[in-house]
Structure formats: structure tokens, C-alpha cells
Design a protein around this ligand. Structure first.
Ligand code: SIN
Length: 293
């Protein structure tokens, strides 16, 4: 796979790259209003192509936020955090002077311990600190491509356990509650582009199956360190009413909490995904974007 071609002029917006490989800012589209089927097709192409897409000045309502997500599939209900009043599909992302933690401080793929982890997430922030509070994204295509052929071959046959219990028990101290646990391929095939990407993360993945625990620990440590390589990353600086929309299958992300005690606040909608698989795409529905990313 080569790096993507560069900026792209769609008929309904322009996508301007933020790094040579990952992330684009989309200009000329208003997400606060209903989108046409043609605009939705172009947005789907942009997400697959750039892996994370950014928007400015989009004071989006809860309903428009959910409608945007539904253009990509059914919305997911968070398996650990309750939605806001009247909108079970929307979770609040909020930090202030009373916060003891913030969501997503470690590298992760959202809800990867779910049997079918989300396709993607759309985060809208209306209030941001004076400086700081960036979100970092790392391309799991790029991380995979950088591995040696021997390592790719070894990892290709392995599966790993993702366990949400340690994460949420540590936050909520609700030790009697059971959160999702699932087993997924260490290297998954993206269901749209057909490309391979690393699918273990330091927040949820606890062990690789079928190998000694020392080997699993060492391999996971190597992979968790590997995805932190800045060459795979983009860092998004928020403004009030910005939106970041990431493909949860192709990137990991991390919320930087460097702004305490300031306020950072907004809402996230998550789109349901499917069970990760490895190997070649079975379906011939590969979208045209697959040949270009
Ligand atoms: C998250 O992990 O969804 C939160 C990301 C952020 O607040 O930047």
C-alpha cells in the first residue's frame, strides 16, 4: 500500500491532508443539516481513505449527530457508560476540575472487548480548554506495514483476548459487574479496504492465546510500544464545535489530559461494527477506495 494520494476534491467538499498518511480536514460541508445520499457516499469514501476526518465550526444538535452516524450504520449503545438523557446512543465526554480521570487516556480502539467492536466514533466538542486537550490518532495500517515480513507472518495466525473488566473496574470500583470480554485476531482485515491492520491495544488487550504467557506479555509490550511511533500518528487540536470522526477498525486513539483543571466537554456517537476477521475479504463488495489507500 502506498501513502494516500494527497488532498482530494470531492463534489461536495474538499479533504485536506493533515499528515502525509493519516487524517484530513474536510472543508465545505455542513454536518448540522441533513446530507444527501451523494454527500454520504463521499463521506464514507473519505473516512475509508483518510482513516480519521476532521471538521470545524459544526455546532451539531444531538439529532443531527445521530443522523450523521446512521449514514454509516446502526448506532451502538456503549457497553459500560450510560447515554445522556433521552439519547441512549450519545455519551458525554466531559472533564473539569472535579474529574479524577478522563475517557480514553491510554491508546485504544473503542470498545474492542465487544464481540463486534464499533465501526467508528464521532466526537463533537463544544467547549475546549485554552490550550491542550488534543486527541492523538495512530494508523494501524501504517503500524502493520512497518512490521517485518516474518513478524507479519507470525502474528497473522494469532488471536488475542480483549477484556473490558480491568478497565471499568479500575474506574468505577463496581467489581461485581461483568463487562464484555472477546477474542479477536491480532491482525484484522479491514472490511471495506481489505487491508490488514494491527488490532491489539494497551487498554483492553490482556493476552495472546495459544502461546506461553511470558511470550504473550513480551509480544504485546512490543506491539503496544510499536503503535506509539510518531510516524504513524496525527494529533488533532480542537476548536469549539470541531468534530473528529475516526474509523475505529483502522486507528487507535488517545485523549491527552494536559489541561486540568480546565473544562473540555462534548458528546460522542458510536457506530456499530462487525466481528473482526483475518484473511482475505470474502465479499466482492470491496469499495473503489480499497485500491487507492
Ligand atoms: C475517546 O476515547 O473517545 C475520547 C477521545 C477524546 O476525548 O479526545
Amino acid at each position: 500500500m502506498s501513502d494516500f494520494d494527497g488532498d482530494k476534491d470531492y463534489s461536495s467538499f474538499t479533504a485536506k491532508r493533515v499528515t502525509p498518511y493519516l487524517g484530513a480536514e474536510l472543508e465545505g460541508i455542513d454536518l448540522t443539516k441533513p446530507l444527501s445520499p451523494a454527500q454520504a457516499d463521499e463521506l464514507r469514501d473519505a473516512l475509508a481513505r483518510f482513516q480519521v476526518i476532521f471538521f470545524r465550526d459544526q455546532p451539531i444538535s444531538h439529532d443531527a449527530h445521530k443522523d450523521l452516524g446512521r449514514l454509516f450504520g446502526p448506532l451502538a449503545i456503549h457497553s459500560a457508560v450510560a447515554g445522556i438523557d433521552g439519547h441512549p446512543e450519545i455519551v458525554a465526554i466531559h472533564a473539569d476540575a472535579d474529574s479524577k480521570y478522563v475517557a480514553g487516556e491510554g491508546w485504544h480502539s473503542d470498545l474492542s472487548a465487544d464481540e463486534a467492536p464499533p465501526l467508528g466514533s464521532i466526537l463533537y466538542l463544544h467547549t475546549i480548554p485554552e490550550t491542550g486537550g488534543d486527541t492523538m490518532f495512530s494508523s494501524m495500517y501504517k503500524a502493520y506495514d512497518a512490521l517485518s515480513d516474518r513478524m507479519k507472518a507470525y502474528l497473522g495466525g494469532l488471536e488475542a483476548v480483549h477484556d473490558a473488566n480491568p478497565v471499568y473496574h479500575a474506574l468505577f470500583k463496581d467489581y461485581d459487574k461483568r463487562y464484555p470480554v472477546a477474542t479477536h485476531p491480532v491482525i484484522r482485515t479491514h472490511p471495506v479496504t481489505g487491508k490488514k491492520c494491527i488490532f491489539v491495544n494497551s487498554s483492553y488487550t490482556t493476552r495472546i492465546e495459544g502461546i506461553p504467557s511470558e511470550e504473550s506479555d513480551a509480544l504485546l509490550k512490543f506491539l503496544f510500544d510499536h503503535v506509539k511511533n510518531p510516524n504513524f500518528q496525527v494529533r488533532f487540536q480542537w476548536q469549539p464545535h470541531s468534530i473528529a470522526f475516526w474509523d475505529n477498525r483502522a486507528v487507535q486513539h488517545l485523549a491527552v489530559w494536559d489541561y486540568f483543571p480546565e473544562v473540555r466537554s462534548g458528546y460522542r456517537v458510536t457506530i456499530a461494527g462487525d466481528k473482526p476477521f483475518s484473511g482475505a475479504l470474502q465479499s466482492q463488495k470491496l469499495e473503489t477506495v480499497a485500491s487507492t489507500v
